[in-house]
Ligand binder design. Structure first.
Ligand SMILES: NCc1[nH]cc(CCC(=O)O)c1CC(=O)O
Length: 309
């Protein structure tokens, strides 16, 4: 193949890190120079918005422009945080590889309190994530919330400026950006089940682009692919809107997949979860496990949850 492949990404520090990681991996596996995989930065609607993302419709805010650039041929490869990718995709595109997953846990971050349990009555937590708010409200109905958006650096600065007592971020992003020191406490997944696909990077291409497929497929991590497939199937069975607090985590040991998923009322007043362990050897079985549990949880939650569709 003569031509290089252009990698499209958002411009946030985390997105850029992830795009350059893919560039480096492609250069390594193909034996070609990194310049053959130039990185192009695109602004997405999610980068332009302030306030609650759900007020803008939620779906695909961080991925829509990248997918349009893929379809028009402006870029050949889109690098995404899989957590931000809608479960229903474009017909002409496909996620060809999932990189080995980083730590899926949520991080509690505070300058004043050493751990989540030290937060005093009525503490103010800055978070725009409806899932984290709902899960925390279920444990601690006294906690108050304010919005805290922006990239990792901005949020840490706002914490130093004492606009709130604490916040939450994905451990994965902090670790990738070598800001692990900012993690005050990594919250166990037993206490706070992560967002579906948290910590996973996915690489999207045009289905018809065989050259790109040949280069990208070797980067796929089977365990991560199966887990992310199951978690996204759970999400798809429940809701695609991004406006209902949904969490899921799959762990695969090469034979068995353990799957936990839940949906939580926005104010934390109700939560419906399910767990199962089953033999899984391919993505169809992974999908079926996640989707089936999603349907069960949806039935159990029924009218008790505001689905906001
Ligand atoms: N919605 C923003 C977003 N998308 C992916 C990550 C973190 C990295 C990851 O989960 O892979 C974040 C920020 C956060 O939740 O801390």
């Amino acid at each position: 193949m003569q031509h290089g492949l252009t990698i499209g990404t958002r411009g946030s520090p985390l997105a850029l890190y992830q795009a350059h990681l893919v560039q480096r991996l492609l250069a390594e596996t193909s034996g070609r120079p990194a310049q053959d995989f130039p990185v192009r930065i695109l602004k997405t609607s999610g980068d332009r918005l302030k306030g609650h993302l759900r007020d803008f419709g939620g779906k695909g805010l961080f991925t829509k422009e990248l997918e349009e650039a893929l379809m028009s041929g402006d870029i050949d490869i889109a690098v995404h945080s899989m957590k931000d990718v809608p479960t229903v995709g474009q017909e002409s595109l496909e996620i060809s590889a999932i990189l080995p997953r980083e730590d899926p846990r949520d991080a509690f971050i505070s300058k004043k309190y050493a751990k989540l349990d030290d937060l005093p009555e009525g503490a103010l937590v800055g978070s725009a994530s409806i899932r984290r708010r709902a899960q925390l409200s279920a444990m601690r109905p006294d906690i108050q919330y304010c919005l805290l958006r922006g990239n990792v650096g901005t949020r840490l600065q706002k914490l130093s400026d004492e606009v709130c007592d604490a916040t939450f971020l994905a451990c994965a992003g902090l670790k990738r950006l070598e800001q692990e020191d900012a993690i005050t406490e990594a919250i166990s997944t037993e206490r706070m089940l992560p967002a579906p696909a948290q910590g996973a990077i996915g690489i999207e291409i045009r289905k018809s682009d065989e050259a790109a497929k040949g280069l990208i497929r070797p980067l796929n991590c089977k365990a991560s692919e199966l887990c992310i497939t199951a978690e996204r199937a759970f999400l798809r069975a429940l809701d695609g809107s991004c406006r209902t607090p949904i969490a899921a985590l799959a762990v695969w040991d090469g034979k068995l997949m353990n799957f936990k998923g839940e949906v939580v009322a926005k104010d934390g007043s109700a939560r419906f979860g399910n767990e199962d362990t089953a033999a899984v050897s391919n993505s169809i079985e992974a999908y079926d496990l996640g989707y089936g549990l999603g349907q069960t949880v949806r039935k159990a939650a029924g009218q008790h949850i505001d689905w906001d569709e």
